[in-house]
Design a protein around this ligand. Structure first.
Ligand code: NAP
Ligand code: MG
Length: 492
């Protein structure tokens, strides 16, 4: 009889409730100063108005360092220094010599990779495993990659004489601080431009450390200037008349403002903005591999990823099995101390961001979607969020349309290829997407029809310096990475 065969042993939820011995990375390698000044003209200089902002460690809420707030006068000074650096040194230097400097920066970063990783995790809250294995190595690789382009521009662009634009203003967000600085600095320097860069106010530390690496690399004064500060510093930089090019990564709202502000100018502009990526799983996909990919797509870096796979479209016939497997896997994810090498999900970057995520979770419940979160125990202090998913999500709901920028997955189902393409494309964004299927022809069909700058197939969140990255629609325009990433810094 069926009941006799019924097992009394509960199914094993792999890893759920397992206790791991703590494996903390030491913070001893990070020499964090109490206070940082502005890096202008190759020197550390105090801000004209003398104001500083405090940056905290979001996992402990303890103060970490103070960074100068650059005002309009400091922006003016930095832009003048960058102009001088351009005229006096950088535009006159051969590509071969520029390449040597960029290569030197890459080598010094590599030598100091442990310190950079620890700083990134302490300042931003991402797990040390990610800073160590993803952010910092990729940042180094971007400098290595573009060092190789500096003396090859004439071969890459035959029969055209490429010239640098001059002074570039670069503004970076808090989710990948050093990596975004590398994405911007390396191609600008390789093409002969000089730079004024502003990091995000909650995560300036590794960019400030990069300034000291640049000093150590003996880059001519004024070629790279780093200005810390809040949004006003960024807007002063955007408005400065002697800026020739703006590279911005951040929110769509600020990106739109920059677009309006520069519309009547000759400033060249590239924008890397938000996203609401669809991760699409067909019934013929390797299911366990796809579960891992979906987990990686949304829970990696606490979901603080512009290209996060924040909408899962799973084919109806496998939906219940897939969602159960996903829940089982979520139960094994360790949330907590970002400095612990076991941690999968670290701290949310700020109290404000955690509030925003929680508002979306409340909204999802109110909209009638079914809520599930893991039962991970959260630390008492710091900003943390359990991995969360919603099922029964309506295509038109805000949960499926708006960027949450946290570890919250909206799950929807579909029956046919045409249906899922229509649904996946139905957002204002167009940055990235993922497709999971056994069929090569389907991958080609989907990647052609999905309106996304990047489409991963049977993989997610893979990056390479040689591969261009960027979106369209409200995700911005222009590309970073690869030889496409050289174009925005050149004129012909
Ligand atoms: P954000 O508020 O737009 O800030 C981005 C940067 O712009 C920060 O350095 C910020 O300084 C500065 N800023 C703020 N207001 C400004 C203004 N009026 N003029 C000039 N600069 C200004 O975005 P975020 O919250 O830091 O980053 C999250 C967003 O970035 C998400 O929407 C995400 O999708 C997007 N993002 C996109 C990509 C991509 O490649 N497409 C990559 C990463 C992140 P403060 O920090 O001091 O305010
Ligand atoms: Mg911080």
């Amino acid at each position: 009889m069926a009941t006799k065969n019924k097992s009394t042993i509960k199914p094993l939820r792999l890893g759920a409730g397992w206790k791991y011995a703590p494996a903390p990375e030491s913070s001893a390698s990070a020499q964090i100063q109490h206070q940082y000044e502005l890096f202008i003209d190759g020197k550390w200089q105090p801000p004209k108005k003398g104001a500083y902002l405090e940056s905290i460690n979001p996992a402990t809420e303890k103060k970490l360092y103070r960074a100068a707030v650059a005002t309009e006068q400091d922006v003016d000074k930095a832009v003048a220094a960058a102009q001088k650096g351009f005229d006096k040194y950088w535009k006159k230097m051969s590509g071969k010599d520029r390449g040597k400097y960029i290569f030197r920066i890459a080598r010094l970063m590599q030598e100091q990779a442990r310190e950079l990783s620890v700083m990134e995790t302490l300042d931003g809250g991402k797990p040390i495993r990610e800073s160590r294995d993803i952010d910092i190595p990729l940042a180094c690789n971007h400098f290595f990659y573009y060092a190789g382009w500096a003396d090859k521009l004439e071969y890459a662009l035959p029969n055209r004489t490429a010239k640098p634009l001059g002074v570039a203003a670069q503004i970076t967000p808090w989710n990948f601080p050093l990596l975004m600085a590398a994405w911007k600095l390396a191609p600008a320097l390789a093409t002969g431009n000089t730079v004024v860069l502003k990091p995000a106010e909650t995560t300036s530390l590794t960019t400030l450390k990069l300034a000291s690496i640049i000093q150590e690399a003996d880059l001519p004064p004024g070629v790279v200037n780093i200005l810390t500060g809040a949004g006003e510093t960024g807007s002063a930089l955007v408005r400065h008349p002697n800026i020739n090019k703006i590279a911005f990564t951040g929110s769509t709202a600020v990106g739109k403002w920059i677009q309006q502000e520069t519309a009547a100018s000759t400033k060249k502009l590239t924008l890397e903005l938000g996203g609401k990526a669809a991760n699409i799983v067909f019934s013929d996909a390797p299911i366990d591999q796809a579960v891992e990919g979906v987990v990686n797509g949304i829970f990696f870096n606490q979901g603080h990823v512009c290209c996060a796979g924040s909408r899962l479209y799973v084919q109806e016939s496998i939906a219940s099995v897939f969602i159960q497997k996903l829940k089982d896997r979520m139960a094994t994810l360790l949330v907590g101390d970002p400095m612990d090498k076991n941690t999968d999900i670290g701290a949310i970057n700020s109290a404000a961001q955690l509030d925003k995520i929680n508002q979306y979770i409340r909204l999802g419940k109110k909209e009638g979607a079914h809520h599930y979160e893991s039962d991970a125990r959260l630390p008492q202090k710091g900003f943390f969020c359990r991995p969360t998913l919603f099922t029964k999500v309506a295509q038109s709901s805000r949960l499926a349309q708006e960027e949450i920028f946290g570890p919250v997955l909206a799950i929807l189902t579909f029956r046919t290829e045409d249906e899922v393409i229509e649904k996946a494309n139905n957002t204002p964004y167009g940055l990235s997407a993922g497709v999971w299927t056994d069929k090569g022809s389907r991958i080609f069909n989907m990647s052609r029809r999905l309106k996304a700058g990047v489409v991963w197939a049977n993989a997610y969140n893979l990056f390479d310096p040689a591969s261009p990255f960027g979106g369209y629609k409200e995700s911005g325009y222009g590309r970073e990475g690869g030889w496409h990433g050289l174009y925005p810094y050149l004129t012909f």
